[in-house]
Ligand binder design. Sequence first.
Ligand code: CTP
Length: 205
Amino acid sequence: MRLLITAGPTREYLDDVRYLSNASSGRMGYAIADAALAAGWDVVLVSGPVDLAPPVGCEFHSVVTTQQMRDTCLQLFPGCDGVIAAAAVCDYRPRERITGKLSKTGGPVTIEMIETDDVLAELGQIKEQRWVVGFALEAQNPRENALQKLRRKNCDWIVLNGPAAIGADTNDVELLAPSGDAVAHWTGTKKDIADQLITWLSAQT
Ligand code: CTP
């Protein structure tokens, strides 16, 4: 089994020194990489900037922006059997990246933001026989929203978690199938959840 994993946040630059991002630690994605390696899988890890060392034994690709994550994943996915998209990708980016440093104007500034590419949705579109697992971080109507996301992004399964997962050591997740059924419910450290996800996928794929 050769598994592609996305992990960590992405950054979207406003100018050469400022960026928009989020508080993702990358721990969930890295724990999944560790669990898959321990199960004897080949792991290809595409990661945004985090304070974690790449797991020993994985093929590691460091990226910064969403565009870089997308381009790297599209290139690597055809050589893999499946993908787990644990990255907290920036959904928007400034329309323009200013060269140098934006100076103060003495008044308010307006930044026009446009949507970034959806890495998982693009992988879902080209998946053919490969399997695709997404993550959904939902604050309201969690199951309904996660299921819509699963379908929109052509996932085989989606891991549903809440905002408490961001930056935390532990997590509480449900695994949803396209039917809408919760096929698993796991709580514990991110390592426990990663181990259970890989064990579960080993039995399915
Ligand atoms: N994802 C992605 N590329 C994006 C946005 C999200 O690959 N540009 C992936 C994430 O890695 C995750 C899944 O899509 O596996 C869902 O991410 P989430 O942030 O919950 O959903 P969004 O599609 O961003 O929708 P919203 O923010 O409106 O809930």
